[in-house]
Design a protein around this ligand. Structure first.
Ligand code: LER
Ligand code: MN
Length: 275
């Protein structure tokens, strides 16, 4: 099973609490490769400010794969969400999502994630906004299909989202959108808060052919092994179900971003034979 970690692209200047590794972008790539990670999940905010070709070359030279383009930092930095109270903000967020898909295609990244970037129903006028999200996702998935990029929706815990808190809800919305290029991302930290079982949601997502990405974080959002989640059971389920995606560390950079990245891979090597 392949391991990745989440780290920002060079234009992101503010601190992202769940981003790993310190130093320049190039130093972070070198560190990830040296630690033994297989890939990086890039937290992108303004793709228009990035030279995709140069980044593609830099990453290829590091020997890493770009496993996903993450949208969460867009909300943190630019306060754009797909479901915003201001229709203009929502429009700008949709344009940004399309730019992320183009950026992913340029980097040959297979996935674009949609977690906190989707916004909240409460901000966008309640239940009717769900229909708006479905339309936005249909159009974005269609663009993804043209570019060879898939989108993954991430259920978030109830304190961070009022729309999609668990795998059931995620899979239901994905079925409503009904597009081959929209799937599911499960984050072990959110699964622990919202689900009745720590393993069934993974089984369910894979059985539906929709679980394409996994975020790693322990019960306290620290590196795996530093909380009380049963990672061996999660990994056994993923193996049994022949999960083909990445496990991508997106967790609190404590005590510092390098130590958290080292602790994650050291622990995962113990519980995932062959990493
Ligand atoms: C936020 O808690 C999270 O898990 C991110 O992946 C969502 O954007
Ligand atoms: Mn996550």
């Amino acid at each position: 099973m392949k391991l990745a970690l989440a780290t920002p692209t060079p234009e992101v200047e503010i601190h992202i609490p769940v981003a790993l590794l310190s130093g320049t972008f190039s130093e972070r790539l070198q560190k990830a490769a040296r630690l033994g990670y297989d890939g990086v999940e890039l937290m992108v905010v303004r793709p228009g400010q990035l030279d995709a070709r140069a980044i593609h070359t830099q990453i290829s030279e590091s020997g890493l794969a770009v496993v996903a383009i993450a949208s969460g930092a867009i909300y943190l930095v630019d306060k754009l969400t797909l479901l915003a109270s201001d229709v203009e903000v929502s429009r700008q967020a949709t344009v940004r999502l399309h730019a992320l898909i183009d950026f992913a295609a340029a980097l040959e990244a297979p996935l674009v994630t949609i977690g906190s970037f989707r916004g909240r129903l409460a901000w966008a006028g309640g239940q009717p906004a769900r229909k708006r999200l479905i339309e936005i996702l249909q159009m974005a998935a269609e663009k993804g299909a043209e570019r060879g990029v898939r989108l993954v929706l991430e259920p978030l815990n109830r304190y961070e989202s009022d729309l999609l808190n668990n795998a059931d809800e995620g899979l239901a919305l994905i079925a409503e959108v009904g597009h081959s290029h929209l799937g599911l991302l499960l984050d072990t930290y959110h699964v622990n808060i919202e689900e009745a079982s720590l393993t069934e949601p993974f089984r369910q997502g894979i059985a539906a052919g929709k679980l394409w990405h996994v975020h790693l974080g322990d019960s306290n959002r620290l590196p795996p092994g530093e909380g009380h989640l049963d990672f061996p059971s999660i990994i056994a389920t993923l193996r049994e179900m022949d999960y083909q995606g990445y496990l991508s560390a997106e967790l609190l950079a404590r005590p510092d971003p390098d130590t958290a990245a080292e602790a994650t891979i050291a622990y995962m090597r113990q519980v995932v034979p062959g990493t």
